[in-house]
Design a protein around this ligand. Structure first.
Ligand code: URA
Length: 279
């Protein structure tokens, strides 16, 4: 402590708190990576002096300049790019590749992994969560952290597991600090989610929490009112029953709500055995 490059404890703690609130809440490598750094421009070539160049020697060519950083694509074009990439994908593997190639969502810069999906794409149930958290970002799979463990227990309670369901999220990249996705992020990634549903063609969609309900059903009703009430997802030739329910992360914070969640799970089980949603 003491020299000019060392932070005092109070400032260091404040800086750390700022970073955690901004989403930099864990150490991933020994050395920091500046993901927003622009490429370092090569130094301008120095012209050799006329006197130093022997006669008949052509003047040296200037070194090539580094390519300019790509211009930011305007929002409308980003959405168009997402739509074009998504609609060209004819398989889930192609869709995953298309998402990986999409450069229009800035979350890709801060995330460590693309979190596409997990489970069985031939299962009857497709679960849609909000966005990857830090565990998912590290592992590249949805719902592998505490919420995921609870989700597995919830599914187990009605006799199913991940080999029978398919799981994805509204966003394939982790928002810094696990914040709620913005409307713009959700809209930019929506073409991929809609194509995902169209390729999987599940028998039933289960929406975990308010975020997928808001962006998929275009429904701003709070999840407390919406949960347990069957909805429909209609697009092109699809007409799929949708069951909104609480997000497992909410249930971890609010265990008393598990009672309501259990009712939703029973409704899902009834749908799977009787083939009817009871709308
Ligand atoms: N919460 C989500 O909504 N999705 C995940 O994948 C993990 C936590």
């Amino acid at each position: 402590m003491g020299d000019e490059t060392t932070l005092d404890a109070v400032t260091a703690r404040a800086a750390l708190r700022f970073l955690v609130e901004a989403g930099a809440d864990e150490i991933l490598a020994d050395t920091p990576v500046h993901r927003f750094a622009l490429p370092v421009a090569a130094p301008e070539p120095r012209l050799a002096s006329v006197e130093a160049r022997p006669a008949n020697t052509p003047p040296p060519r200037p070194a090539p300049r580094p390519a300019p950083a790509p211009a930011l694509i305007p929002a409308g074009d980003q959405l168009e790019s997402a739509r074009a990439l998504a609609s060209a994908a004819q398989t889930l593997d192609a869709l995953k590749e298309a998402v990986a190639r999409f450069e229009g969502c800035s979350l890709k810069i801060t995330a460590n992994s693309l979190v596409f999906a997990d489970g069985n794409p031939h299962g009857a149930v497709m679960l849609i969560g909000e966005a990857p958290g830090s565990d998912e970002d590290r592992m590249g799979k949805p719902f592998v952290g505490r919420s995921g463990q609870l989700l597995d227990k919830m599914l187990g309670a009605i006799g199913i597991d991940r080999t029978q369901v398919y799981i994805t999220n509204v966003l394939p990249w982790r928002p810094p600090g696990n914040r709620t996705p913005t409307a713009e992020e959700a809209a930019l990634c929506a073409p991929f989610l809609l194509r995902h549903i169209a390729l999987v063609r599940p028998k039933v969609l289960v929406l975990l929490g308010a975020t997928p309900a808001k962006h998929l059903l275009n429904n701003d009703t709070g999840i407390t009112r919406l949960r347990g009430r069957w909805q429909r997802y209609q697009a092109d030739d699809l007409d799929i029953p949708v069951l909104p329910t609480f997000h497992p992360a909410f249930l971890l914070r609010s265990p008393l709500s598990k009672k309501l969640s259990w009712m939703d799970l029973l409704a899902l089980q009834h749908f799977l055995t009787a083939g009817q949603s009871g709308e």
